[in-house]
Design a protein around this ligand. Sequence first.
Ligand SMILES: Nc1cc(-c2ccc3ccn(Cc4ccccn4)c3c2)[nH]n1
Length: 240
Amino acid sequence: MRIDVVTIFPGYLAPLREALLGRAIEAGLVELGVHDLRDWTHDVHQAVDDSPYGGGPGMVMRPQVWGEALDAVLGEEPARLVVPTPAGRPFTQATAQAWAAEERLVFACGRYEGIDQRVVDAYADRGPVDEVSIGDYVLVGGEVAVLVMVEAVVRLLPGVLGNPVSAQEDSFSDGLLEGPAYTRPVSWRGLDVPDVLRSGNHAAIARWRRDRALERTAARRPDLLDALPPDALDRADRAF
Ligand SMILES: Nc1cc(-c2ccc3ccn(Cc4ccccn4)c3c2)[nH]n1
């Protein structure tokens, strides 16, 4: 997979070259290109924004600069164009799973009050364009959202995670939140590891973990329970 990011703050994307993701890049599992939008300005001030038509607070990012940048970065290779925005469709684990199958992702990081809508409209004719939100809160720009989404996608690529099973078993993959996890010592500040986890009874451990996941999901995210397909819960689950 190749990932390109266009931004006026390239340094914001430096964390993508650290740790697990950095090792995935070094291993050639993913290619990353970070591009400074201002490289496509032609004025001395390198202006990327202007006042909004119709008035209102803040500034809007100019379509011309974005058009030149995305034409250059996209080139002729097909790619999914992703535009983070608070007004986007929710980015979920299902989105990450779908995007993990893509050959190329290009992220357009806006700032100010966002990017002139004609940029999304103009590229919608060339290929898939997703306007996505990572949550119901407003950030200052798209860069942090891109860090989140790139991490969620790249961890799913073959060879990236040391333990690939965890990508299938992590939260949301079975529609439930993950339950609690424990490691040594068996007792810490008077708090003990649940006995069942040390019992060696794998059926009992699996049941206990499922029960804790159901309990936590019901308490913290009842919406996820409501969204489960009818056959997702078996009789033992329903006892919960
Ligand atoms: N889940 C998300 C995504 C964002 C996001 C993504 C990109 C941009 C580009 C600019 N802003 C600031 C801004 C503020 C007010 C209205 C519009 N945009 C962004 C915010 N916030 N929360």
